[in-house]
Design a protein around this ligand. Structure first.
Ligand SMILES: [Fe+2]
Ligand SMILES: [Fe+2]
Length: 395
């Protein structure tokens, strides 16, 4: 981060500095809107509210400010995911910007602190804090709310017909007391809520048109809000479908994958899931797929078509999705590519690929011994040993 006088002042009052990206984007702007929220996930009602506020108040930019740690304890997706998803949603709109100010540290995010830092950094800008009517009605519970009301302008986004009388009375009282004009912006009614979207994703329903496409893509690709694997049920099913040896091998691969995940900083739950299910279609033919999956397109590579022993991997990815309810693309890809690998494998893919090769139950020959020795420090070297063995065995 470059040296910046305002940031020095901000640090002196105990707040963390504003990033160079924010400074570059927002310096010289006259009217900045700050739109705070958990964005868990961001959806089209947020987008519309931001756009309505921007247009009504002629803001130069609306800064989406995903909360890092909410003051009121709530279960939310990680800050990094919510930030990235919000960025994906806003990427195509030049009037929107996403700030990492609140997500870049693990302190509780208070709107007052954020606004204080922004007024220091951008002293010539007119700063407006945008929030929903229900949040605003509870403003007396916010940290330093009186100072906050004196510090910045407020814009309340509200849906027609929602607590209009009560909201009008409340804002009039606040305006009189703090000598500030509080703008109200009506947004066309949209009954979209983050909670509803989360439960739709959890049961595998589509959420297109409720959220910006880019945010949907991000959420799905990263497995956000998906129901975690029901482990006892998955194990019972695997036990039924696989031979005893294959079942025990699957458990061992899952454990080995978790061990490697810990070493390489990968999500252990995802590693466990992928390891457990990697061979879930072993010994099955494409005809064994559930009928409702007729529309799911399995693309076998030429290589796979010529080597029947390898097709349980692509079939396994489909089965993991349809029979076991796995929705996480990373897990599905780790299963999909566990036999022959692919170019540029993700770390999770490599982990499952290698764990399958070195799990402790496998007879140790020269290649496996070397792979076991390499795995903890050089996963690529271990993966290379398996690939070499594949070339030999499949040739
Ligand atoms: Fe396999
Ligand atoms: Fe395997």
């Amino acid at each position: 981060m470059k040296k910046n006088k305002a940031n020095d002042e901000i640090s002196t009052i105990g707040l963390h500095p504003i990033s160079d990206v924010d400074i570059k984007r927002l310096s010289d702007l006259k009217r900045i809107g700050i739109f705070g929220g958990t964005f868990n996930p961001i959806h089209n009602a947020h987008m519309l509210a931001a756009e309505c506020a921007r247009a009504a108040l002629r803001l130069s930019c609306v800064v989406f400010m995903p909360v890092g740690v909410p003051p009121v304890k709530k279960m939310v997706e990680t800050a990094a995911h919510r930030l990235a998803m919000t960025k994906a949603a806003c990427a195509s709109n030049a009037d929107f910007h996403v700030s990492d100010y609140e997500t870049s540290n693990d302190q509780i995010s208070y709107s007052y602190n954020t606004c204080l830092a922004f007024t220091h950094q951008f002293p010539d800008a007119d700063i407006t804090f945008i929030c929903g009517a229900d949040a605003f009605m509870k403003i007396a519970k916010w940290r330093n709310y009186e100072e906050l009301l004196s510090l910045v302008n407020f814009c309340i986004v509200t849906r027609p017909g929602i607590m209009e009388g009560a909201l009008d009375d409340f804002t009039t009282r606040i305006e009189k007391k703090y000598g500030k004009k509080i703008s109200k912006v009506r947004i066309p009614a949209l009954e979209i809520s983050s909670a509803d979207i989360r439960s739709r994703i959890a049961v595998g329903e589509k959420v297109r048109y409720l959220m910006p496409d880019e945010a949907v893509l991000y959420a799905i690709n990263n497995g956000l809000y998906m129901r975690k694997l029901q482990e006892p049920r998955a194990k019972a099913r695997l036990k039924k479908d696989l031979s005893q040896n294959r079942y025990e091998h699957s458990l061992a691969v899952a454990e080995e994958a978790v061990r490697l995940a810990r070493i390489y900083g990968v999500d252990e739950d995802l590693a466990y899931e992928a390891g457990l299910l990697h061979d879930c279609a072993k010994g099955m033919s494409p005809d064994g797929l559930p009928p409702d999956e007729a529309g799911y397109n399995i693309e076998f590579t030429e290589y796979e078509k010529s080597k029947p022993a390898t097709i349980h991997a692509p079939l396994g990815a489909v089965r993991a999705r349809t029979v076991y309810g796995v929705r996480d693309a990373q897990v599905l890809n780790a299963i999909r590519y566990h036999t022959i690998g692919r170019e540029n494998m993700s770390m999770l893919e490599k982990i499952v690929f290698v764990a399958d090769y070195i799990e402790p139950g496998r007879y140790e020959d020269e290649s496996i011994r070397s792979a076991r020795l390499a795995a903890d420090t050089d996963i690529d070297a271990a993966a290379e040993l398996k690939k070499r063995r594949n070339r030999f065995e499949h040739s």
